[in-house]
Every structure is written in C-alpha cells, then in structure tokens.
Ligand binder design. Structure first.
Ligand SMILES: [Zn+2]
Length: 55
C-alpha cells in the first residue's frame, strides 16, 4: 500500500501590516487624524488636544 504524502505548504496567515504614521497621530477619542503643532496635538475632527509630551 503506497502512502502518498502530499507536502502541501501551509498558507501563512496574513498579518495586517502596521503602517506607522510618521507625521501624525490618531485621535484617541474619534480616531481621526491629529495634527501636531508646536508641541500641541490637536484633533481637527473633535477638537481634542493633548500635549506632545504625553505618552
Ligand atoms: Zn478626535
């Protein structure tokens, strides 16, 4: 009895590529793009502002 081995490569799960935004942050309130200006990061969507020194 011949055992036929199929060496099928397992498909690798596609991991989502994390794109690092170098010139902006996402608002933690609404998720919109925030704009950094003179150490103040302001959300142009909801107006949320935070200091750039904050983690
Ligand atoms: Zn926002």
């Amino acid at each position: 009895m011949a055992v036929q081995r199929t060496n099928t490569p397992m498909p690798k799960p596609t991991l989502p590529t994390r794109v690092r935004k170098d010139d902006g942050l996402d608002c933690e309130i609404c998720g919109a793009r925030m704009q950094e200006r003179s150490c103040k990061i302001t959300c142009r969507n909801c107006g949320f502002t935070r200091d750039c020194s904050d983690p």
